[in-house]
Ligand binder design. Structure first.
Ligand code: NAP
Length: 242
């Protein structure tokens, strides 16, 4: 059985492709989202309890290979997978979509983390579209000078910025939809992680059209491991490994 560490659109596509090929696949989800989009094949939900417990899980379930298709900002599960697969002697592949890159005319400010994004924001705008996800919003709680349109999948926990409105949505988003949202709320700065991929990229194009600044949080560094960028490459790898 192939274990896919999921929580991304690519992980869902991968599970579907493996399932269609008749390869047994189980997708693991953290359980953060109340009503996740479920992939084909088996699904298990919830943390494993750290690298040692994950290594035991791999052995107990006769896992032949693991594809870590988690989000580029999900650092702990990826580190745990690397340790667990080494301990259990199970092949591991990382499936990671490419990051976004600027086009001529883009006004992007790259920062190292959410705290740096919050520190940069007051110099760039007063009405922010904040799309960095539910976790880590506390970093923006002390920014008094800006109003925030916070968009995430499930309701976030406080502390949140004092001046804000919340939209619960999960995309994918369109250029027309993102442009209308930005115009309706008179957004003058966009804040995002460098998630990459198409599902959430329309806000960047909408900001580009309006010449708005975008604060982009850089991806965290990762341990080196065999990595592919496309679902098809991961399917090919898993078909051999499985
Ligand atoms: P994280 O910091 O790397 O993980 C925190 C803990 O959650 C892990 O130590 C693990 O618990 C558990 N976990 C995470 N992913 C898991 C998975 N696929 N299956 C089973 N347990 C998992 O991750 P995160 O940033 O909180 O993200 C959680 C999930 O949301 C990830 O699966 C990721 O793909 C998805 N996601 C994250 C982001 C983001 O911006 N971070 C965005 C979109 C989707 P144990 O230690 O108990 O095993």
């Amino acid at each position: 059985m192939i274990l896919v560490l999921g929580g991304t659109a690519e992980a869902r596509e991968l599970a579907g492709a493996l399932h269609n090929r008749g390869i047994a696949v189980t997708t693991s989800l953290a359980g953060r989202v109340a009503r996740p989009r479920l992939p084909a094949g088996e699904v298990r939900i919830g943390g494993f309890g750290g690298p040692d417990a994950l290594a035991s899980w791999l052995a107990e379930h006769a896992v032949s290979a693991v594809v870590d298709a988690t989000h580029p900002f999900a650092e702990r599960i990826s580190a745990a997978a690397a340790l667990a697969c080494q301990a259990a002697n199970v092949p591991l592949l990382r499936l990671q979509r490419p990051g976004w890159s600027e086009r001529p005319g883009d006004r992007w400010a790259w920062v190292g983390d959410l705290a740096a994004a919050a520190a940069t924001l007051p110099s760039l705008g007063e009405r922010a579209l904040l799309t960095t996800g539910r976790q880590g919003l506390a970093s923006f709680a002390r920014v008094e000078s800006a109003w925030f349109l916070i968009r995430c999948v499930d309701p976030p926990q406080p502390p949140l910025p004092r001046h804000h409105e919340l939209i619960l949505d999960r995309g994918p988003y369109t250029l027309a939809g993102e442009g209308a949202l930005i115009d309706r709320h008179r957004i003058d700065v966009v804040v995002t992680k460098d998630s990459g991929g198409e599902h959430t990229a329309a806000k960047l194009a909408a900001a580009h059209e309006r010449e708005l600044p975008v604060i982009v949080v850089r991806r965290p560094p990762r341990v080196a491991m065999e990595t592919v960028r496309t679902v098809q490459a991961a399917v090919d790898w898993a078909a051999h490994a499985g």
